[in-house]
Design a protein. Sequence first.
Length: 745
Amino acid sequence: MSRTALRICPLCEATCGLTLTIEGTKVTGARGDRDDVFSKGFICPKGASFGAVDGDPDRLRTPLVRKDGELREATWEEAFDAVAAGIRPVVERYGANSVGVVLGNPNVHTMAGALYPAVLIAGLGTRSLFTASTVDQMPKHVSSGLLFGDANAIPVPDLDRTDHLLLIGANPLESNGSLCTAADFPGKLKALKARGGALTVIDPRRTRTAKLADRHIPVRPGTDALLLAAMTHVLFDESLVDLGELGPHVEGVDELVQAVREFTPEAVAEACDVEAALIRTLARELAAAPTAAVYGRIGSCTVPYGTLASWLVDVLNILTGNLDRPGGALFPQAATDRTPRPAGPGHGFQLARWHSRVSRHPEAKGELPLSALAEEIDTATDEGEPIRALVAVAANPVLSAPDGDRLDKALDALDFMVSVDPYLNETSRHADVVLPPPPPSQSPHHDFAFNTLAVRNQVRYTRAAVPLEPGRMAETEILARLTLAATGMHGADPGAVDDLVVGQTLGKAVKDPHSPVHGRDPRELAAQLTGDTGPERRLDMMLRLGPYGDGFGARPDGLGLARLLAAPHGIDLGPLRPRLPQPLKTRSGRIELLPKPIVDDLPRLREGMRQRTDGLVLVGRRHLRSNNSWMHNVPALTGGTNRCTLHIHPEDAERLGVRDGEPVRVKGAGGEVTAPAELTDQMRQGVVSLPHGWGHDRPGTRLSHAAADPGVNVNQLLDGSLLDPLSGNAVLNGVPVEVAALPAR
Ligand code: SF4
């Protein structure tokens, strides 16, 4: 007998609602949930393969603990005993910063990843935090922090209502959107065109998204910030600036005029390889559109001027009056956001509160660059202890960070390492303890992060579709127990972690004069929380304290977990609405258009106008059936066009004697790899592309399908030294490489 169950898809940022078909405890099918308030039935090939991802036979079923040099199956008790015995002596002997924490990108796709790592990091007291953000979107966090005073205040394009969309370094037809949660992003772009809107794509590759556009501009990789600065210049030069309603909330406009004075279209045209007249046209069209949104994504972030490009994206939205208005770029309001406080000056955003030990990289948002992880482990300095123990949660930095070979060796030198990971992969194979979470069908789901980036306000929660298999432990409990074991409370009830957070959160809320629970007794509020588990009670608390919440009775029609459970397809909370000035947390209480760290970094961009690259440069690429390194072990999601090949323009190939399908050697500052060439005129001449997340050829892993077609690790071409200095983000695009034909094998 089969049955169906709802599950929000965790396989990309679009958060589609799925209807799973389940036979016994096995997921045998997945289709889009037509009644889902957000995705309305949309599904992509990854979501349709949910059952294959969920039921991958290579998933670990029990914890592994290293004994006599080998990882062996163990009980949960043995595993957490080993964690406590491995981490605490390191903390006690060498200090908290000698324990590193690495959080991978799947953490934002699980409830456990949203609810527990902050408690773990605070409990450890370590400043050695590294996440996938610094090989991805940290520049956007930094620019938002500087402009708006809140690194997580990221405006998203109002896809359903805009008249004009300018995409930079984004390929949502493959990614389904990122830092912009929109189920059926492709359909929304087609709808934009159908209603007479304009779509422009700036990307060195003629991607599927670029093919859909009215205009595609194959910019030289890494020069987006120059192009955007020149567009900003044109807005001032041609008196096209119109802040509209934003006027009272913005400071620094006059100073910005001076700051971009040199960035004329003519001055940047050669560096960007975009004609000056076209840059002027882009600026004029943006200013003339009834509503417009500029949206930059990974291609504009993972470059030497990533923060400047991210800043300029919002500068253009602001100067054309498109920030915070329908059809422009707006700040979503998620149901679990904190209770909005009244508008006014905030604490602002600070960078460089501490630095990495070896290369003195400044922290950003409490994180150090993932590029620096290897050297923080393998290099001794007088500045303090190296990292001697590592906690990796859903992280595979051997493939996702620059110079995996160096990191591979460094991980072997650690005193202790624990990985929370469903697979024995290129990183977790180094661990002393591996703690495997259950497959996604056995976990409840709510998108804490992605709802703060969604193009429509809504809230959804799905309980586990399948009961926990015997011997499994809920991922939330794994992270709670890990937190206790790592912070000297090994053996305590895991519910103590949730109780601690509930107590602290409610304790603060009752003291906040703007909170709906101001002045009440936190114990009385805690007693009112509903939910079957600690994580559910925490979700209930956040909903009830949030902007749509019932305020624990203060707003009886408001949200709480019970109302959410009664709406299995979710609750629509309406289109995005203007929110300024409330989200601003800058010290001035206004949008600070030209913050000092940006001023200090602009000379580097001016220098960039004069730089030229003669040789080939490398960019990444995304595939609809892939997401980082996660899904290469699923046969249904690999093969066909999803292969680790080097895309190269036919004329570059001819010049280098490279033939389609034959192997080429690609050499970068960090090393070299060999991959088959794939000739395609979708590439700009002078630019080659390799996808990331591949390179499953290391011994000691348990990824049978991925190992059969391993691909190569593109990050091995990097040496970790190329960073965007403000954010510490790795430079992954526009990286100089040499390509040479090899004899066919
Ligand atoms: S678009 Fe993303 S969320 Fe939607 S089904 Fe595909 S992988 Fe899942």
